[in-house]
Design a protein around this ligand. Structure first.
Ligand SMILES: Cc1ncc(COP(=O)(O)O)c(C=O)c1O
Length: 373
């Protein structure tokens, strides 16, 4: 039995009739761009997240761009973020001509280390982008305290964490703006690209709406600023509306799968070999990925692949060492915790319908690699 890293077929089968009805609705209204599906989805997402407003856009990458752009960030500004994330987090900063400033991560949670942020703040710092990596909330309480009384906005990269919460507050609702991705493999995935910006301030929401439609909002063809075309299309919104009500249950199943892997690892006496991502007691994670630090990671990865088990490395190179950021002047050894994580992390299969048998087989295969059966 081969086990994929992610399998959406069961989810698609179970909701097939609802998807068909949603697509038919869009066909019948002929509103393919904007219109009722997008507006309803934005309202449903805002209410799910507990925010004042939510604005759909073309991707999670664009959500980050639009959020920073709405804040007026540009050349001469610095934005603090983590080097251990998907490229788009820092890419958005550079697309606006601002400079990303990387701060090291916590070894156990893989999230930006709040205790290291203060030393990176300069008079040019305008924003901070924490990433709730793999669906595990970063310590926003500490970061909100840090930026209070400073002119620094928090833009949460919640691309991987929709439905996760910290002390009862949803990720994406704790900073000035939150950015979400609906890339098909995400916990709430569309059937193509899609993204969303969640906003606490109606004025910022209006600016995001303006920027995503070439600066012409609320009056069409009256351009008050120069923006871009970054729309969530109605077909994607219709698919997302079918899925959103199921998200809390799917996220709960992901938590159960993560816990089950931990139990199985202990049963196989793998606790010294595999270290699971740590979650603080005030956080409710959604485990977009199940990421462990593994001894002899590259050999384990090859063993699992040969054994038909899907696994992947998120992420193999920290952003501060990417060629495209060479001009920022970072050296190897400067952010050692992130650099070490890149050498050790491995993502194991996790999705709501992953079976007990599959989980047992994954851990048995890992145990056979380490000879610890
Ligand atoms: C942490 C993070 N930020 C941003 C993005 C960008 O999202 P998208 O792929 O929808 O552009 C992703 C997803 O790929 C992500 O994982």
């Amino acid at each position: 039995m081969s086990i994929p890293l992610l399998d959406l077929s069961a989810q698609h089968q179970a909701l097939a009739d609802e998807f068909d009805a949603a697509l038919e609705r869009v066909r019948a209204t002929q509103r393919f761009i904007g219109g009722p599906e997008v507006e309803h989805f934005e309202q449903e997402a805002a209410s799910f997240l507990g925010v004042a407003d939510a604005v759909g856009c073309a991707s999670g990458s664009d959500a980050l761009l639009l959020a920073l752009w709405a804040l007026g960030i540009g050349p001469g500004d610095e934005v603090i973020t983590t080097p251990f994330t998907f490229f788009a987090t820092a890419g958005a900063v550079c697309r606006l001509g601002a400079r990303p400033v990387f701060v090291d991560i916590e070894a156990e949670s893989f999230n930006i280390d709040p205790t290291a942020i203060e030393a990176a703040i300069t008079p040019q710092t305008r924003a901070l982008i924490p990433v709730h990596l793999f669906g595990v909330p970063a310590n926003l309480d500490a970061m909100n305290k840090l930026v209070a009384h400073r002119n620094i906005a928090i833009v949460e990269d919640a691309a991987q964490s929709i439905g996760a919460s910290l002390n009862g507050r949803q990720t994406g609702s704790m900073g000035a703006l939150g950015c979400f991705s609906f890339f098909p493999s995400k916990n709430l995935g569309a059937w193509g690209d899609g993204g969303l910006v969640s906003c606490q301030d109606p004025g910022l929401a209006e600016q995001v709406r303006r920027l995503r439609s070439h600066g012409s909002y609320p009056i069409k063809y009256v351009h008050t600023t120069i923006g871009c075309n970054s729309r969530l299309d109605a077909l994607q919104a219709a698919i997302l509306r079918v899925k959103l009500p199921h998200l809390p249950r799917w996220n709960q199943l992901r938590r159960e799968k993560f816990k089950r892997y931990q139990e199985l690892a202990t049963e196989h006496r793998l606790d010294q070999r595999l270290r699971f991502q740590a979650v603080s007691s005030d956080a409710n994670p959604v485990f977009h990925q199940c990421v462990v630090r593994a001894e002899r990671r590259d050999q384990l990865l090859a063993h699992l692949k040969a054994d038909g088990i899907g696994c992947a490395i998120y992420y193999p190179i920290p952003l501060h060492l990417q060629d495209c950021f060479a001009s920022l002047g970072y050296q190897r050894g400067q952010l050692p915790v992130a650099e070490q994580a890149c050498e050790e992390v491995l993502a194991l299969p996790i999705f709501p319908e992953l079976s007990e048998t599959a989980q047992q087989r994954v851990m048995a295969s890992i145990a056979s690699f380490y000879g610890s059966n």
